[in-house]
Design a protein around this ligand. Structure first.
Ligand code: FE2
Ligand code: FE2
Length: 226
């Protein structure tokens, strides 16, 4: 039986209506929205949608008065960023490497940036919301993420979109979404009682080829198109 992750809270698109835009997106975040371009194709639209959702968690993690709520949103942010990052590493960066001139350097640069973001993510995951290090750790992570997102949206993904036709981009976007959904709570087929990744930290620490290997053992209609 397929079980999907049970997220602790609904996604920002459904939690944001009560918040004024100025609270939802702190002033410095407006810069990242200026990258939105009319020339974006279907892949950039898919990936940037995730980026906007991640950005929308900021006020819920930093401004929330309740430590319990900050903890819940932190947990949601960590899972969302973990599965977004893993899906990019499995689906998008190999495509950049394959199709873009100098793509190997671009993909490696993105992997290095992910590594630094992951290190902060591990730290954040282990901090209590009342800990004095909680806010600075999240802010540092968020600032690194903003720079990374900017590079993906302004350079790396447009380069890939320029090389592929619309159908291929739609397929890549579909594969990306499918991989995210499959960040599994279900058992590894070869060890039925042990979920492969019980925490986001475990998922992020797994070598990407090991993650891909597990997905390859899923039924074809459920798995990512690797
Ligand atoms: Fe990324
Ligand atoms: Fe991204």
């Amino acid at each position: 039986m397929v079980r999907y992750l049970a997220f602790p809270l609904s996604r920002p698109s459904s939690i944001s209506p009560g918040l004024p835009r100025s609270r939802l997106f702190p002033p410095f975040l407006h810069h990242s929205f200026s990258t939105t371009g009319t020339r974006w194709g279907p892949l950039l639209n898919t990936i940037s949608h995730d980026h906007r959702e991640l950005e929308a968690y900021y006020p819920h993690i930093i401004d929330n008065k309740s430590a319990d709520e900050r903890t819940r949103y932190r947990n949601l942010f960590v899972w969302e960023l973990a599965r977004h990052s893993v899906a990019e590493e499995m689906i998008i960066y190999p495509a950049i490497e394959k199709h873009v001139d100098g793509g190997r350097n671009i993909a490696n640069k993105d992997r290095d940036q992910h590594q630094s973001i992951k290190e902060h993510l591990y730290r954040l995951q282990n901090l209590k919301a009342e800990d004095p290090d909680f806010e600075p750790t999240f802010k540092k992570l968020f600032s690194d993420l903003q720079q990374h997102v900017k590079e993906e949206e302004e350079h790396d993904l447009p380069e890939l979109e320029a090389k592929l036709d619309k159908d291929s981009l739609l397929q890549l976007g579909k594969s990306f979404e499918r991989t995210k959904v499959l960040v599994p709570t279900r058992s590894h087929p070869s060890s039925p009682r042990a979920p492969p990744f019980e925490t986001a930290a475990a998922l992020l620490s797994a070598p990407i080829d090991k993650v891909a290997d597990i997905f390859r053992k899923f039924p074809k209609e459920d798995g990512p198109m690797l």
